[in-house]
Design a protein around this ligand. Structure first.
Ligand code: SF4
Ligand code: SF4
Length: 51
């Protein structure tokens, strides 16, 4: 797994606003996430992956 550079591209792309910015990474709220996969596609370093 590559490290998140907090570029915030995934935050911009998430229509559910499920992604929250942290100091050195981002977190996804599984309660809000509808698994659309948009953030996985947009992340330039592949830091987001499906579980
Ligand atoms: S998969 Fe989830 S976190 Fe990612 S963009 Fe879609 S709703 Fe947002
Ligand atoms: S998970 Fe990827 S797209 Fe989201 S902020 Fe980190 S590096 Fe950018």
């Amino acid at each position: 797994m590559e490290e998140c550079g907090v570029c915030e591209d995934c935050i911009d792309v998430c229509v559910e606003e499920a992604i929250e910015r942290k100091a050195y990474t981002v977190t996804i709220d599984p309660e809000k996430c509808d698994n659309c996969g948009e953030c996985v596609d947009v992340c330039p370093v592949g830091a987001i992956y499906e579980e």
